[in-house]
Design a protein around this ligand. Structure first.
Ligand code: C5P
Length: 306
């Protein structure tokens, strides 16, 4: 048990490849995805408290992100306390830089950061695999937010196999004004499939090409392997994304795709200075609320100096 405060941070993610299988009986879709953790972080600070309290600043603090038990962080705290047999006593603050409902796993990052911070505050002695098990109960992307780096995700996304990829990849994230609901994007994919407008998902695309590209050093090879089955439904729900993807290509992206369920556009740059130039061009396009130059892979949720 720590008497003072504990600070943890966790990264956003981009799905460099997102293959979505058919709808399962439990309401989730079977996935085959390659996650990349990128350098846009949320920070969670926890202090001793009496019961749970939650405050939030930054992205989503205008009321978009709830600060009660609907917040995944609140559920993470209750789940960890039950697991460890301790009282859920903590004052939790989230400093959000990852936009909400953007396809960047911001809520999952907060939950993962809360798990590692509260684990340290409460001295629960949960090991990394215990935390991964709790993370999987909280959401499909939470285990990856804990893990970070590059990983192949299967099941509903929560079953991870690490991928060793040491190259640095520079991206520009173009974040549109309004968020997209993840369940709505999956439901639109199901509709497109029922109408025969996109392949039905029974044959998930192989991931070997994208994994080999990420292990290499050629942006063109990664660009050629980018894929996201949620892009078509995201484009139906948000037709303006088509222009945003074109703007990324026009600004010099090696490749661009919708991140996760969107609406963030993730544009791969050929190197760091190209990313800075591309970020400036996209910021000037007027198509995005926020533009961020990031790189990955970066580590998953970690305690950091207070
Ligand atoms: O796991 P998570 O709570 O993040 O999922 C949110 C929603 O996204 C699910 O309720 C489901 O509608 C959809 N989803 C899915 N298949 C997945 C992951 C998420 O259909 N593999």
């Amino acid at each position: 048990m720590t008497s003072g405060e504990v600070v943890a941070r966790a990264p956003a993610k981009v799905n460099v490849h997102l293959g979505v299988g058919p709808l399962r009986a439990d309401g989730f879709h079977e996935l085959r995805t390659v996650y990349l953790a990128v350098s846009l972080f949320d920070t969670v600070t926890v202090r001793p408290g009496d019961g749970l309290s939650l405050t939030l600043s930054g992205e989503g603090a205008d009321g978009e992100v709830p600060v009660d038990r609907r917040n995944l962080v609140w559920r993470a705290a209750e789940l960890l306390a039950t697991f460890a047999g301790v009282r859920a006593d903590a004052a939790i603050d989230i400093a959000k830089k990852i936009p909400a409902a953007a396809g960047l796993a911001g809520g999952s990052a907060d939950a993962a950061a809360a798990l590692v911070a509260l684990d340290a505050l409460w001295g629960t002695r949960a090991d990394r695999s215990d935390l991964a098990g709790l993370a999987a109960q909280l959401g499909s992307d939470v285990p990856f937010s804990l893990h970070g780096g590059v990983a192949l995700g299967s099941g509903r996304g929560e079953e991870l196999s690490p991928v060793l990829a040491r190259s640095r990849w520079d991206w520009v994230l173009g974040i549109a004004g309004e968020g997209l609901s993840t369940p709505a994007v999956y439901a639109e994919l199901d509709r497109l499939r029922a109408d025969g407008r996109v392949p039905d998902g029974t044959d998930l695309a192989p991931v070997e090409q994208v994994i080999a590209a990420l292990r290499g050093t050629e942006p063109a090879a990664v660009a050629g392997a980018l894929a996201n089955d949620l892009q078509a439904p995201a484009l139906v729900l948000r037709p303006g994304l088509r222009r945003a993807l074109r703007a990324a290509k026009d600004a010099g992206a090696a490749g661009a795709l919708v991140s996760g369920s969107g609406p963030t556009v993730a544009a791969l740059a050929t190197d760091e200075s190209a990313a800075v130039r591309m970020a400036a061009a996209l910021a000037g396009s007027g198509l995005f609320r926020t533009v961020r130059a990031v790189h990955g892979p970066v580590p998953g949720a970690r305690v950091v100096p207070a």
